[in-house]
Design a protein around this ligand. Structure first.
Ligand code: TYD
Length: 185
């Protein structure tokens, strides 16, 4: 299985990715690889405050091309499960200022996940978590609450497997994810 986990910064992707990968490995008896984007060009993309929106987009796509070629496809071809934090929908939601963003991503023909899980949390809650977590926010986190709201509403317009997390604790979110996955296995 190829599973992606999406959501705004601070929605709890990493916590859930860890839990899901342990569960899926036991449930399917297959090795389960946990990975995340940005993959290779992380320092370059997140470290520079000067790139224009188009450069950010092209770097995220180059990063994904390498990730697909070096990790995602080889692992899937080996019959392993892959759990990836962030993928195409992060680009649609975060780089939404680029016209025709969906067409550009579609043209890349990256492999389609079996399920795209969207951890939907209100931007206010996520924003306060991110601020507590570190004071050296990366450039997207540093954009502020208005930006988070834009990203959140872009995500909400996409066709994803959505879990409302605001009133759920970590274990309850995990239960909700598992029930979606069980329906697929
Ligand atoms: P990261 O520290 O990995 O954040 P998180 O743990 O929330 O995933 O930083 C990734 C940042 O890059 C995050 O703010 C979202 C942004 N991003 C994009 O803007 N477009 C993309 O295509 C991807 C993959 C990430």
């Amino acid at each position: 299985m190829f599973i992606t986990i999406e959501g705004i910064d601070g929605c709890g992707k990493s916590t859930q990715a860890g839990k899901i990968s342990k569960w899926l490995e036991a449930r399917t008896g297959r090795k389960t690889i946990r990975t995340a984007e940005p993959y290779m060009l992380r320092e370059i993309i997140l470290g520079s405050k000067n790139f224009c929106a188009l450069s950010d987009l092209l770097l995220f796509l180059a990063d994904r091309a390498e990730h697909v070629d070096k990790i995602i496809l080889p692992e899937l071809e080996n019959n392993h499960n892959v759990i990836c934090e962030r993928y195409n929908e992060s680009t649609v939601a975060y780089q939404s200022v680029i016209p025709n963003i969906k067409d550009i991503i579609n043209a890349c023909k990256f492999p389609e996940p079996d399920i795209k899980i969207f951890l939907d949390i209100s931007p206010e809650v996520a924003f306060s978590r991110v601020k507590e977590r570190n004071n050296k926010n990366d450039k997207f986190e540093a954009e502020g609450l208005m930006f988070m709201k834009r990203v959140s509403s872009a995500y909400r317009n996409l066709n994803l497997t959505r879990i409302f997390c605001d009133n759920l604790n970590e274990d309850e979110v995990f239960e909700a994810v598992i029930s979606k996955l069980e329906a697929l296995i």
